[in-house]
Design a protein around this ligand. Structure first.
Ligand SMILES: [Zn+2]
Length: 469
């Protein structure tokens, strides 16, 4: 196994990168391996120089930023320190949706605009572009952060993942060969969990023997609770990296106990890739500071360590379509002091506000509410925006803010069919049209509000009396 891993890391991946012309990936990786050991002053000095270059570029080359900054009365030369960025306007998802084309750098070669998209916080997909070089540096950043969890190139990896578009496409022999040679992987789709499915995951893991698991935090916790409640011995990987959802302390504990390995929390998003990860100390998440400038803002001021605020991210490395002070929609806080690992990359203490809910069918099957929302709107954008509420098992209620091309008969029929595909034929489906999808008191928008939880969770909560969250 170890020979296979070493072969993949040292021979087949570099050879593949060379063939594909992406050796820049490995150059970035070498740089990031070195720069993570720099003193914080040097890291900040490099950030400032990249930030000034980025803002200057955006002002000159992107009509959106020129117009926005002129209106706000700011110019790139105002940036004398990283903190000065707080005087610049914040970028919302709605701005990208409305003005995305004007954010693309005017002189950027069309062949170097790689499209990507995200669900966005309102359930409508958001399109954005990366340069090839940024795509390569995102890959390198992810590999560096994986290594903190002891996950190196070429490891056998199992994914507990809900977003189908991130998984391996079914398919051709080239793709299968590529994965066999580059990263042996097992993909377990958690978008539609059933009790039988969770037991099946465990069996599949025992056969595949992954070194590492990358998981949606809530899905991993749910599988752990299920295995524990049923007394099924879990497969034990070397490490589990959780991402995409908020990791509650109770969830971390149950995952670690059941799978018998450390959990490394990670925070990232499609727009800028990995934002921060736990190192081997697992006391706060170090940011990917070479490529990203992260701000936490509260009442218009930069937050002190330990103070919760809104997370804003600036991608310092994507000049093709700059994202400057991008509001992700999450709340977080800085960690103070120094990390025992010796890295001086700034640390987030925690990220709050990514909790997601599961919907439950009459027969006990479960589906991730955010997944269902994104899948439905992704397939039929004419629906507009969507929120799902569940009052009782087997029932769902859609709140629909209709898109401009909404087609009542077809879109509603599609939603009913989607709900029944995932929750079973007997699912009761209701809907209402709204002018605005209400956000929570916290200001967060929720894809899904579920008032029920799966049966085995209630059983184990009652049995232990301690797992309530
Ligand atoms: Zn550390």
């Amino acid at each position: 196994m170890d020979i296979q891993r070493r072969f993949i890391g040292r021979v087949s991946l570099p050879a593949y990168a060379w063939l594909k012309g992406t050796t820049a990936q490995f150059r970035h990786l070498r740089e990031f391996e070195a720069s993570q050991r720099l003193p914080v002053d040097e890291i900040r000095a490099r950030q400032l120089s990249r930030l000034r270059a980025l803002v200057d570029h955006a002002y000159r080359r992107c009509p959106y930023y020129r117009e926005r900054y002129d209106r706000a009365g700011v110019v790139p030369s105002d940036l004398r320190s990283l903190e000065d960025l707080n005087a610049f306007p914040i970028l919302d998802k709605g701005d990208i949706r409305a003005h995305g084309d004007d954010m693309v750098s005017s002189d950027w070669p069309e062949g170097d605009l790689i499209p990507n998209y995200t669900g966005g916080s309102t359930g409508t997909p958001l399109e954005f572009y990366l340069s090839r070089d940024r795509k390569d540096s995102r890959w390198a950043a992810t590999v560096r952060h994986n290594r903190w969890a002891g996950w190196d190139l070429g490891e056998r990896v199992a994914y507990f993942w809900g977003a189908i578009s991130d998984g391996p496409a079914p398919g051709g022999w080239r793709r299968r060969l590529r994965h066999a040679l580059l990263e042996p992987q097992l993909f377990l789709n958690t978008a539609n969990l059933t009790e039988a499915g969770m037991a099946g995951f465990n069996e599949a893991m025992k056969r595949f023997r992954p070194n590492v698991v990358l998981a949606y935090a809530r899905s991993a916790a749910m599988i752990a609770r299920y295995l524990r409640a049923r007394g099924i011995p879990a497969y034990r990987p070397r490490a589990i990296v959780t991402s995409a959802e908020m990791l509650e302390p109770e969830d971390r504990q149950v995952i670690q106990e059941v799978f018998g390995c450390p959990v490394f929390n990670r925070y990232g998003c499609r727009e800028v890739s990995v934002i921060a990860s736990e190192c081997e100390e697992r006391r706060g998440l170090h940011t990917m500071a070479e490529c990203l400038h992260v701000e936490i803002v509260r009442d218009g001021k930069l937050a002190e360590a330990g103070q919760d605020g809104e997370i804003l991210v600036t991608d310092l490395a994507n000049l093709a379509m700059p994202l400057i002070r991008y509001r992700i929609g999450d709340v977080g806080a800085w960690e103070g002091g120094r990390c025992e690992c010796g890295r001086e990359l700034p640390r987030l203490r925690h990220v709050a506000g990514r909790a997601t809910d599961f919907l439950v069918g009459h027969d006990g099957r479960m589906v991730s509410g955010p997944f269902l929302t994104l899948a439905a709107v992704g397939v039929r954008p004419s629906i507009g925006q969507l929120q799902i509420e569940q009052e009782r098992i087997g029932q769902v209620h859609f709140r629909i803010k209709r898109g401009s091309r909404f087609q009542a008969a077809e879109d509603l029929e599609f939603l009913v069919a989607a709900a029944r595909t995932y929750l079973g034929e007997t699912a009761e489906v209701g809907w209402e049209f709204v002018d605005e999808i209400p956000s929570e008191a916290s200001g967060k928008f929720l894809f899904c509000k579920s008032k029920v939880s799966p049966a085995f969770l209630r059983d184990s909560i009652e049995a232990s009396g301690a797992d309530r969250k």
